[in-house]
Design a binder for this molecule. Structure first.
Ligand SMILES: [Zn+2]
Length: 328
């Protein structure tokens, strides 16, 4: 629990009149706002309530929070740490995240170093007996290795929808193990959702097949789409490698320009959860090579709740439509 004692004390020393008490109240409110204890947006509005008997599940990325909410139904309390548009590679841990992690019975994360900073906070603050599950770290998923980062595993496994089915099975099994009383409900909801993901996988395949093979070349801001490319047969290039922690080098721009010219790439794509600098480089490459910007893709984060890309299924559908429209 964050105690804004210091802020209150400083203010009290400077205010010795009868309004001191109300000033302190204002300060406490201010500190709560600064530390993000109040005014949390709707997607994260489910606070970990003290009186609930439901298990408390904290999820790192927006994709994982989505699948966890679907499979949990109302039987477990699901809280997402990251907000739409936030970049997991360079996420800065907030005091309220530490508080939530410390109360969780189960922590669901991606793993493969996607949550670079947050993963330390998970390990250091999880309470005794709480389980940390890294959904991408399973023998059922073979991670791609990134050439740019000398063989480091590529964490963006969710862009193969069949991998996300494995995430969903991992969520189902973790929920059932943490809360056996609702195991049947978790299993039933997961079965439905796995069916939807199966249909989604087939739909993406069929959509991408409508792009002539020689036009299936994607250029994006960071290298998040290799699983998508391998699974649905599109060649993928990016300004920088698998982590947005890397800085683009002058050579990267020239390399992309020549790929765009040689392959006759029609359109390049920017992303929602990366820096403006990276997206500007994509725009520059498009400008100098005569290609266009095909649209904005959701890579490491879902869109706002209530929008098409506010769910995992919607995000994949949105990206696929943008890609097909731009490259066909
Ligand atoms: Zn990424």
């Amino acid at each position: 629990m964050i105690k804004p004692t210091n802020m209150g004390k400083t203010r009290m020393n400077h205010s010795r009149n009868s309004r001191a008490a109300s000033s302190l109240k204002v300060c406490l409110g201010l500190a709560a706002a600064v530390f993000g204890l109040i005014a949390v947006p709707a997607v994260n509005a489910v606070q970990l309530s003290g009186g609930s008997t439901r298990i408390k599940v904290v999820c790192t990325t927006t994709m994982i929070a989505d699948v966890a909410r679907i499979i949990a139904g109302g039987d477990a309390e699901i809280v997402g740490i990251m907000r739409p548009g936030e970049d997991p590679h360079i996420y800065e841990v907030r005091p309220r995240d530490v508080q939530m992690l410390a109360q969780a019975d189960l922590i669901l994360s991606n793993g493969l170093h996607l949550e670079a900073t947050l993963s330390h906070a998970m390990e250091n603050n999880a309470k005794a007996g709480a389980k940390i599950v890294r959904l991408a770290e399973t023998p059922k998923i073979t991670p791609l290795e990134s050439e740019a980062t000398r063989g480091a595993p590529d964490p963006h496994c969710w862009f193969n929808v069949e991998n996300f089915r494995i995430y969903a099975e991992g969520v189902r099994d973790a929920l059932a193990a943490a809360d056996p009383a609702h195991a049947k409900e978790y299993k039933d909801r997961a079965a439905n959702y796995l069916g939807e993901l199966g249909l989604l996988h087939a739909w993406v395949k069929q959509q991408i097949e409508t792009i002539p093979r020689e036009q299936r070349v994607m250029v994006t801001s960071h290298d998040a789409f290799q699983y998508f490319g391998r699974t649905y047969f599109i060649d993928v290039f990016a300004v920088i490698g698998i982590s947005t922690e890397q800085q683009p080098r002058p050579g990267d721009i020239a390399r992309l320009e020549s790929i765009v010219r040689e392959r006759g790439v029609k359109a390049l794509f920017v992303e929602t959860s990366v820096s403006q600098t990276l997206n500007d480089i994509v725009k520059k490459v498009a400008d100098v090579s005569g290609a266009k910007i095909g649209g904005t893709l959701y890579s490491d984060s879902l869109g706002e709740p209530g929008t098409e890309a506010g769910t995992y299924i919607g995000m994949i559908r949105h990206n696929t439509k943008i890609i097909v429209d731009a490259l066909k």
